[in-house]
Ligand binder design. Structure first.
Ligand code: PEP
Ligand code: MN
Length: 356
């Protein structure tokens, strides 16, 4: 069982819950997040179920869920969630396009890519400043200088920014610039990192581990939620299979499956799935048709000289087709492309005490 405390719950309210559970022979594990506290209960479920926990002051929800991923499960939360990033919604009813360069290389390249993204209909900008590269000799990203470029491009274009964080120690730094934090496929089970982003109070996009089952992916999301952050978007980005013609195999069925198992939005990354420019548009169309809540796509003004993932980046000449796909296809499945929402939010400075 899991107890979700209300944001206004006091320490005394939490102590009352813990005392009641312990008196009934159970154990209570308190996890304090920025916006709410979660109390996990272990013990005789039947016995604990007889306690009137829901009636206690400061208790917002009591979840008795049979699956191991409790807070992100749909069992107790039948309505699918809408997560808002800098004023832009991601969730049912809409289809949100996130686009931008794989890596931030220069201010000019990032601005040009952001303009391509906007021309395609994107309402959020992607761009990596910390790059988790397979080779230690490959470009590792510009670090904080890259975050500063993203913030400047946000100012110029109005596009809220999503960027990857690869180390728990960098979470506050990245959160102080970004509107949404990205956890990449290679870090899906980096539990210290998941807990750190769970404590920082910014929306998180969690990519599926390339070798992870859907249940393992949801358990990873549970690590973030358990720290009090339920603003999570899942991203299917392809998995490892025996097939070598594509970089990864886009598990298109993961979209409706994860949406049935979890209330969290599910988006698709057709760029890192196929790994090839010519696959991005067909996979984009497939993702919209299958009911994805959004897309995250690499674009680059000069992919031939890109420092990361050039072969999969869409170029200027592809933007018109992408714009057409994201405008025309979502209405066929009961969605509308998310529209810009006006002035961009300026992220609040990260709280130093929020690190796990
Ligand atoms: C990325 O989106 O830049 C990235 C590295 O993706 P993935 O973690 O899916 O490989
Ligand atoms: Mn990439």
């Amino acid at each position: 069982m899991v107890i979700v405390m209300a944001p206004e719950a006091t320490q005394a309210d939490i102590n009352t819950v813990v005392a009641l559970v312990e008196t009934a022979g159970g154990d209570a594990f308190v996890s304090r997040g920025v916006s709410r506290t979660i109390v996990g209960l272990v013990g005789d479920i039947e016995q604990l179920g007889t306690l009137n926990l829901r009636g206690l002051d400061g208790v917002s929800d009591v979840l008795r869920v049979s699956v191991p991923y409790k807070l992100v499960s749909r069992e107790n939360h039948p309505n699918r969630s809408i997560i808002t990033v800098g004023g832009v919604p991601i969730g049912p009813g809409t289809m949100t396009l996130i686009a931008g360069p794989c890596a931030v290389e220069t201010a000019e390249q990032t601005l040009q890519a952001a303009q391509m993204a906007q021309a395609a209909g994107a309402t959020l900008l992607r761009g990596g400043a910390f790059k988790p590269r397979t080779s230690p000799y490959a470009f590792q990203g510009l670090g904080e200088a890259g975050l500063k470029i993203l913030a400047a491009v946000r100012e110029e274009t109005g596009l809220p920014v999503i960027t990857e964080v690869v180390d728990a120690h960098d979470v506050d730094l990245v959160a102080s610039y970004a509107d949404m934090l990205q956890i990449g496929t290679r870090n899906m089970q980096n539990f210290a990192l998941l807990q750190a982003v769970g404590g920082v109070g910014k929306p998180v996009m969690l990519k599926r581990g390339m070798n992870a089952t859907i249940e393992e992916w949801l358990m990873a999301a549970e690590y973030i939620a358990q720290r009090g952050n339920l603003d999570i978007v899942l991203c299917e980005r392809g998995i490892r299979t025996f097939e070598t013609a594509t970089r990864n195999t886009l598990d298109i069925s993961a979209v409706p499956v994860a949406q049935r198992m979890s209330h969290l939005p599910v988006i698709v990354d057709p760029s890192h799935s196929g790994g090839l420019r010519e696959l991005v548009l067909p996979l984009t169309r497939a993702a919209i048709a299958v009911g994805a809540d959004g897309l995250i796509i690499d674009v680059h003004p000069h992919p031939e000289s890109a420092l990361c993932d050039g072969p999969q980046a869409l170029v200027d000449g592809d933007v018109r087709e992408l714009a057409k796909a994201v405008r025309d296809l979502p209405p066929l499945v009961g969605r509308a492309l998310t529209q810009p929402t006006g002035p961009v939010s300026v992220p609040a400075p990260a709280r130093p005490e929020a690190i796990a």
